[in-house]
Design a protein around this ligand. Structure first.
Ligand SMILES: Cc1ncc(COP(=O)(O)O)c(C=O)c1O
Length: 406
């Protein structure tokens, strides 16, 4: 304990300021896309249209094709929008709330709930909270949500209208949903509400930094089951080119797309086609995306290896963590009750982490054990220091607890 305390005090004295709070691309990652600037070289005609003008509500055909290749979808069912897939998610849920999907608008019902696999993406939960949608958490078990629990809930609770899914390199666990899980998710509308919506946020569809399991095609499976109208797929180039400066996509059946556009087009009737054309010219097609992702992977992989190396230095039984094959996060679990202490110790030592509970609805991690580690943004040198602090704080929090108890 004394040694650990000394080590901690000397780390504090270094006055570090390190930010591991969000899964942002590093400047080096962003540099790989700087060719986007100026790539059009004055040519504003793409797919036969003047991209500077209004029009093309569903996006440029060539951008929709790019989105289809990114998300493993048919082009005809893809909408290419402006920069944020979260905007599309929020608007789709708003469309359901205000207009419904053939049945009553959700707002007219007594209670609406959505299943939230945990730990999950905080901004999914923030959307629900803002819109007054109740969240029901279900654990993720390594290859997607625990489907026995999900199916039981959906069969027995009429207020449940949907489920959030981040099926590949899930934020923050990194897991990839199994084929069986994808099938059972696509089947949920058949055992639950007829307007049940699967919110399939495939944000990390091509973000592998080492060999990864293949994700089954939700389009194919749901078309076979006749539930394609109930699947909304989302994705973007935010973690591929410029975060906040890319293209976002929605994949939806004709029926779902017209429901969405009937609502969304009142607020945005013309996407940023100039940026779409830039991306088409830069990424070109699936092969181009994959080649670009390889360059990103070369920058990202060493950071995940470094995180794993430091976590492996922890005494056995002190913690568990995920070992993703792609994506942007590692999900760390301390012994129950210790996460907020670790968070506070790290903060005092200059390491900022995502607030405890963020990966849970209403920011409540009842176990007080989950910490999301987001290693992409910082440099390798900063990450090395961050992990020295983190590992020291994990050990110290445990020692402090033992000393309190004994
Ligand atoms: C699972 C997930 N979905 C969506 C987003 C954000 O996407 P966008 O920038 O397209 O709004 C993120 C960003 O971290 C994410 O992790």
């Amino acid at each position: 304990m004394e040694d650990l305390k000394e080590q901690y005090d000397s780390l504090c004295k270094e006055k570090n300021v390190i930010d591991l709070t969000r899964g942002k691309p590093s400047p080096e990652q962003l540099n790989l896309s700087e060719e986007l600037d100026g790539i059009l070289d004055g040519n504003f005609i793409q797919d036969g249209v003047d991209i500077r003008n209004y029009g093309e509500i569903k996006g440029l055909p060539s951008a929709r094709k790019l989105g289809a290749e990114l998300l493993d979808y048919s082009e005809e069912f893809i909408l290419a929008s402006s920069n944020s897939s979260l905007t599309l998610m929020g608007n789709l849920l708003s469309a359901f709330l205000f207009n419904g999907s053939g049945d009553a608008p959700w707002n007219e019902l007594e209670s609406i709930s959505i299943i939230c696999p945990v730990p999950g993406y905080d901004r999914h939960f923030a959307i629900c909270e803002k819109l007054g949608i109740k969240m029901i958490k279900v654990p993720l078990i390594g290859d997607g949500p625990d489907m026995n629990i999900v199916e039981d809930l959906v069969k027995n609770d009429e207020s449940i209208k949907g489920i959030w899914c981040n099926p590949k390199h899930s934020n923050p666990t990194g897991e990839i949903y199994s084929q069986d899980t994808v099938k059972r998710i696509a089947n949920l509308p058949l055992i639950g509400a007829s307007d049940f919506i699967v919110l399939w946020d495939n944000a990390y569809s091509v973000h592998d930094f080492t060999n990864s399991k293949k994700l089954s095609s939700i389009q194919e499976i749901s078309q076979e089951l006749n539930t394609f109208d109930n699947i909304a797929t989302f994705g973007s180039t935010s973690k591929i080119t410029f975060a906040g400066g890319g293209i976002a996509f929605l994949g939806a059946s004709d029926k779902l797309m017209s429901l969405f556009l009937d609502y969304f087009s009142k607020f945005n009737f013309s996407p940023d086609k100039v940026n779409q054309a830039r991306h088409v010219k830069f990424l070109k097609n699936r092969k181009g995306i994959e080649a670009h992702m390889k360059k990103l992977a070369a920058l990202i992989k060493p950071k995940f290896e470094l995180v794993d190396k430091y976590l492996n230095s922890l005494p056995e039984g002190l913690a568990s963590w995920t070992k993703p094959t792609g994506g942007y996060f590692v999900s760390f679990d301390s012994k129950p009750g210790q996460a907020s202490k670790i968070f506070d110790l790290c903060k005092t030592a200059g390491l900022n982490l995502t607030p405890i509970g963020s990966a849970f609805p209403y920011r409540r991690d009842q176990e007080n054990s989950n910490i999301r580690i987001a290693p992409t943004y910082v440099s390798i040198e900063e990450l090395e220091k961050a992990m020295q602090i983190f590992v020291c704080c994990v050990k110290l929090a445990d020692e402090m607890e033992k000393n309190l108890v004994s």
